[in-house]
Write a protein that binds this ligand. Structure first.
Ligand SMILES: CC(C)(COP(=O)(O)OP(=O)(O)OC[C@H]1O[C@@H](n2cnc3c(N)ncnc32)[C@H](O)[C@@H]1OP(=O)(O)O)[C@@H](O)C(=O)NCCC(=O)NCCS
Length: 156
């Protein structure tokens, strides 16, 4: 899907490819302060390939992504969601989330969940705008001991 309007340069939304791994890993390291084994991305995309969305620039380089999985029947879980810092606030996160929710509806999912650091006000505001609400406090959920919120939206 090509998105021409006022976004400059043009952004393309497409599925994840194995060649995206180094770019996605770089975004993750900066945005989420986490490092995962590179093989994780491919293995997580296996069960529901449509759940792993990549926003790519005009050179087809990933500048944002949303990795959703479906490990519970008729539920999706957003495992990772990040946009390259240089491109935040330009609507790329919105494009990814809206495309993801369309895919959830196409699968007749009844619920979408995610986890977020309690300190991540930007992301919490973003998710709230998409009708996600806090359903649980996850104590010491993150490896540095920070609490997390589980948020959910139903139906997607
Ligand atoms: C959360 C995140 C993915 C959102 O991505 P994004 O591309 O910045 O999202 P958008 O640009 O669509 O929207 C972000 C904000 O910019 C505003 N915005 C949207 N389109 C815009 C545009 N064309 N011009 C200016 N501002 C715009 C939105 O109103 C939104 O405002 P908000 O702060 O009130 O929510 C991004 O902030 C990020 O990568 N954060 C670090 C990683 C992270 O925290 N991930 C979530 C972990 S659970």
């Amino acid at each position: 899907m090509s998105v021409p309007p006022d976004s400059s340069p043009p952004i393309t939304l497409r599925g994840f490819r194995p060649s995206d791994v180094p770019f996605v890993a770089t975004i993750v390291a900066e945005a989420l302060q986490e490092h995962y084994d590179p093989s994780l991305y491919g293995s997580l995309s296996h069960d529901w390939t449509q759940g792993f969305l990549v926003a790519a620039d005009s050179n087809d380089v990933p500048i944002g992504f949303l990795l959703g999985v479906s490990q519970v029947e008729r539920e999706a879980r957003i495992l990772m969601f990040a946009v390259d810092r240089r491109f935040r606030g330009t609507g790329i996160g919105t494009l990814l989330m809206e495309a993801f929710l369309i895919r959830c509806r196409a699968r007749s999912f009844r619920r979408v969940t995610l986890e977020v650091r309690v300190s991540n006000a930007t992301a919490i505001r973003f998710y709230t705008r998409y009708q996600f609400s806090v359903v649980d406090l996850l104590r010491a959920y993150y490896s540095d001991g920070e609490n997390g919120y589980q948020m959910a939206r139903e139906p997607p």
